[in-house]
Ligand binder design. Sequence first.
Ligand code: PHE
Length: 452
Amino acid sequence: MSEQEQRLIHGQWSSRMAFILAASGSAIGLGNIWKFPYLVGENGGGAFVLIYMLCVVMLGVPIMMAETLLGRKGRRSPVNTLLNLARQAGAGRLWGQVGWLGVVAGFLILSYYSVIAGWSLAYIFKMSSGFMNQVDAEKARTAFLALQGSPELQFIWHSLFMIATVSIVSRGVNRGLEAATRYLMPLLFIMILALDLFALGSEGAGQGLSFLFKPDFSRLSGESLMIALGQAFFSLGLGMGAIMMYGSYLPDGVSITRASLIVAGADTLIALLAGVAIFPIVFTHHLAPGMGPGLIFETLPIAFGKMPAGHLFGTIFFVLVFFAAITSAIALIEPTVAWLYENRGMSRESASLWSGLACWLVGLGTIQSFSDPLHWRIGDKSLFEWLDFVTAELMLPIGGILIAVFAGWVLSAETTAGELALGSRYRLWRFAIRYLAPLGVGLILLRGVGGM
Ligand code: PHE
């Protein structure tokens, strides 16, 4: 039997490319196209973008390497991987709780992620029906508010998205999906580039670009730092075991460093290009950059409406966004499913079905908080904002600190050096993972929580 065949039987990825595809599928999603632009808009532009990029390079990449490495060493679901590795290293069982934190974070994120993914499903139909042809800013806004204000419509789209996710996850990591990612991701990239070209030709291009790339630190609020950090974790898909999960299928001998750099690079590039597509439209039409979660839904249809064959491109674009969202959704729910499957003796099908159902139920709360924002508030935040805050800004970064401490302090240097095969640059990673990541993330969290 060839080595290749053996790997397939043991459930490993066929190649490094397959891992990169799956990890980028998990990283690239609504975080890049929907969330990054609206957070940039709400947090004053360029300075936020700069801080975000620093977080990705200095904290995100070393933690991504650590998470992949843990997965490859442990070769189980995150909870069991951490338990096993902790046992081998003579550390306590408490480390299994880190896996748990990830399971819960992924589950909660998916509950609202599915609602937003439902919006993009709705937009596939809004675009293809020609309803958005030639829309102006006001009509685009009315159309979005009609969707956001309707619990019934959001219920339907959220349910459809969750059904799609469950039906894919219940079949297991599948080759069809791998093949689809290979073609659809580059297509998404090309579509965004086309939108960029269109946006750059518009009146507000200069203003849009300087908003995005010219740092003005006076517009950065105290909380922004924490939001940028949380977004780095969210967008890279870090801190909850998703990458650990995929790392567990990664063949030995593949360079974790190169794979992490490629995934983080592609993820960041797509987010920036999405920003380049959106802000010129915002300024051309005198819209408010800080309008919040509706930003891409209120701006992109205006651009599509003006393009030749715009309804066709708009339709394709939202199909691709849906696809990017579903490959992330799979990563979000996979640790829960894997845990139920490994520890509770459930079949893959019922593990997927039950976790999907529970997630769908929690999502109904998010729908209510969008359609009836006045009643679904606790303190100064809506339910959606709370879920997002607790998961993206607290749980993922805390998960990240714990993963860094585990890889840097619990595992021996021989173990990690052997896995990473970095040569002399290993010391740089080890410094980042032992000191920079735990302290950097920790300080930002303390400041953010303290200053609230
Ligand atoms: N990274 C995904 C996105 O940007 C979301 C995600 C978060 C996926 C955490 C997995 C884990 O859309």
